[in-house]
Design a protein around this ligand. Structure first.
Ligand SMILES: [Zn+2]
Length: 239
């Protein structure tokens, strides 16, 4: 099983979270908020093949992030996993909307080249999709998507994926799973925001989607693993 969006570095006991993933043979994309956080996490994670350090520049940290933008672009050359990046136009993020858009535009060229990219799109999915399409960046994974069903269709038509957490599968957004083809579904914990036990939340989410699709758990694991391998941005043919 694979957790495609987990903030390991924000856990009270990051090493505990890692050992629980490792003992259960689970993989995890360890997203970060800032390039400096990513850099700090690298020496801790390099011993684990199943934990993927992911280079982030979170939209709600845009003011600090601006000072680290050059570092992001430099580190992105070697990073295979990018996130958490994106836009946030909710009440929490709207004061930096212009800055977020400006920074995301600068980040876009760094996303190509076979990378796994996890994006935050709270109240901003329309604009985010537009910017990705203009820059011809696809596919990426929309994490915790909460937009309208029509927008979900646009995301899927543009070739992107969506990562579902347990709250999305059981709460008011649960109808979304029926609107997304199984071959575009990934699973995330969004820990520690949604849960203190990402390994349990992810296992539970896998069982929930398997049941929804009417397949066995091993079949769901195989399907989602193949999705994870396919969800890599296209390599630029011109370079
Ligand atoms: Zn997150």
């Amino acid at each position: 099983m694979i957790d495609t969006h987990c903030h390991i570095d924000l856990h009270d006991r990051p090493l505990d979270a890692i050992s629980k993933f490792t003992s259960r043979q689970m993989e995890c994309v360890s997203v970060t908020m800032l390039p400096s956080h990513y850099k700090l996490s690298l020496p801790h994670l390099e011993a684990y093949d199943n934990i993927h350090a992911s280079l982030g520049l979170h939209p709600l940290r845009a003011r600090e992030g601006k000072r680290e933008l050059a570092q992001f672009i430099q580190l992105a050359k070697a990073a295979e996993y990018i996130g958490e990046i994106g836009l946030d136009f909710s009440r929490d993020g709207k004061s930096t909307r212009a800055l977020q858009e400006e920074m995301f535009a600068e980040v876009l060229p760094s996303l190509k080249g076979g990378k796994f990219v996890s994006v935050h799109s709270r109240e901003s999915a329309k604009k985010l999709l537009e910017m990705l399409s203009e820059a011809r960046v696809a596919p990426v994974c929309f994490h915790y998507f909460t937009g309208a069903p029509s927008l979900a269709q646009e995301v899927i038509q543009a070739g992107h994926y969506m990562s579902f957490n347990l709250r999305m599968l059981t709460g008011r957004h649960k109808s979304l799973l029926s609107q997304v083809p199984a071959e575009r579904v990934l699973i995330e914990s969004d820990a520690p925001f949604l849960t203190e036990s990402p390994h349990l939340a992810v296992a539970n989410a896998y069982s929930t989607v398997a049941k929804h699709w009417g397949i066995t758990l091993p079949e769901a694991e195989g399907l989602i693993s193949r999705n994870f391998l396919r969800c890599r941005t296209a390599r630029d043919i011109t370079c």
